[in-house]
Design a protein around this ligand. Structure first.
Ligand SMILES: Nc1ncnc2c1ncn2[C@@H]1O[C@H](COP(=O)(O)OP(=O)(O)OP(=O)(O)O)[C@@H](O)[C@H]1O
Length: 229
């Protein structure tokens, strides 16, 4: 049987130097090919949870596994390479390189991920931009000069390129108008259906829930606050 896309077991985390916020997740599991929408109030810890899942921060105790690999056994550099190979991440602040071209931004994770690079087709960056409704020829533009909504779509293309088995998205539609949001979600769900990737997406918008296999409220799976960790 295939490993789960993602598991958390008895995870506890506290931001260094901050006693007021802790996160504790007794158990969470995402099956291969499954999609979960994660809801929760602002400041409740959703982005912190995604950072733990992506290995950007490490749990104080407990285990986070992605595709069967325990992130805690990887040193920082290996964790970064593992993330580039296995996880397509859409950050809340996009994290684009402002002076680099759109194309270089989209191709960036492939530099550190040989298997993912092999899966990417030569025109994939351009075809993702097209599918996301970005203007023809935008791949040569400087990322920092784009509108916020365009930058968000570039961040989405960067997460999808090369078909990573897990997509983790932190409010990926917040800067998009309704039509673009719909096109984005259509593309995202077409891609995960075609590739068998799993999806964990954070949003404040409960209306998106109908598209997902499961809708989870952070408070259903985690305790947060001073006493949590
Ligand atoms: N890098 C950091 N260093 C210290 N504390 C942090 C850091 N990032 C987040 N926090 C704190 O962790 C708590 C949870 O924040 P987090 O960003 O995870 O919430 P969220 O649910 O994603 O919020 P939002 O919906 O507004 O994005 C907050 O108290 C926040 O101040």
């Amino acid at each position: 049987m295939a490993d789960p896309a993602l598991t958390l077991k008895d995870v506890r985390f506290r931001w260094p130097g901050r006693s007021s916020f802790g996160l504790s997740v007794p158990e969470f599991r995402l099956e291969p090919g499954a999609s979960v929408l994660l809801l929760g109030e602002s400041g409740s810890g959703k982005s912190t949870l995604l950072s733990l899942i992506c290995g950007i921060v490490t749990a104080d105790t407990g285990r986070v596994t992605v595709g069967g690999t325990d992130l805690s056994v990887l040193r920082a550099g290996a964790r970064d390479r593992f993330r580039a190979e296995r996880i397509g991440v859409i950050f809340q602040q996009f994290n684009l390189l402002p002076y680099a071209s759109v194309s270089d931004n989209i191709l960036l994770p492939l530099r550190f991920a040989p298997d993912r690079r092999k899966r990417a087709t030569p025109d994939e960056a351009a075809s993702l931009c097209r599918a996301l409704g970005l203007p023809e020829g935008i791949t040569a533009a400087t990322a920092g000069r784009l509108s916020v909504g365009q930058q968000q779509r570039v961040a989405v293309a960067r997460a999808l390129i090369g078909q990573p088995p897990l997509i983790v998205a932190d409010e990926p539609t917040s800067a998009l108008d309704a039509a673009t949001q719909d096109a984005f979600l259509g593309l995202l769900f077409d891609r995960i259906a075609a590739t068998g990737s799993s999806l964990l997406m954070v949003s404040h918008d409960e209306r998106l829930g109908a598209r997902f296999d499961r809708v989870v409220h952070l408070s259903d799976i985690a305790r947060t606050g001073r006493a949590a960790a």
